[in-house]
Unconditional design. Structure first.
Length: 143
């Protein structure tokens, strides 16, 4: 026994059109079809020639969008969906890349924040800023 009520079972079995899926995920139908062609979304069932998607398709699209927002390419997302050992390698590499991007963004934030309050004509000549730049050159210890 699954613990699902009859209504919940029925809702989970309802298949939606690509238009409805596009509407609830706020993703164009053309993107959904593109992801299908490239193996990022499973091919949906068809009823009378129309694509019909299960509710889980919306969840998968949410994951795809989050992966894209995190900077993963479509090829990386495809690899992410593969078997565990292969997926782990992709994830580890992406985590390293994201950590570097976060460090770069932190440095940019420090620069801009300092520039707002710096009274020096040229920020590069500012002793406080030069000290900050020197700290960027020193590798941080690994966590």
């Amino acid at each position: 026994m699954s613990g699902w009520t009859d209504v919940e079972k029925e809702e989970r079995n309802v298949r939606m059109t690509i238009g409805r899926l596009a509407e609830i995920t706020e993703v164009p139908a053309s993107a959904i079809r593109y992801w299908e062609r490239h193996g990022l979304l499973p091919a949906p069932e068809r009823e009378s020639g129309q694509r019909r998607y299960p509710p889980e398709a919306a969840e998968r699209i949410t994951v795809l969008r989050k992966c894209q927002q995190a900077g993963l390419s479509l090829a990386e997302i495809r690899e992410f969906q593969r078997e565990q050992p292969h997926r782990e390698a992709v994830i580890r590499a992406k985590i390293t890349e994201i950590q570097q991007r976060m460090l770069d963004l932190d440095h940019a934030h420090q620069l801009l924040t300092h520039a707002l309050s710096c009274s020096e004509e040229d920020i590069v000549g500012c002793p406080k800023f030069r000290q900050q730049m020197a700290s960027w050159q020193t590798p941080r210890p690994a966590p």
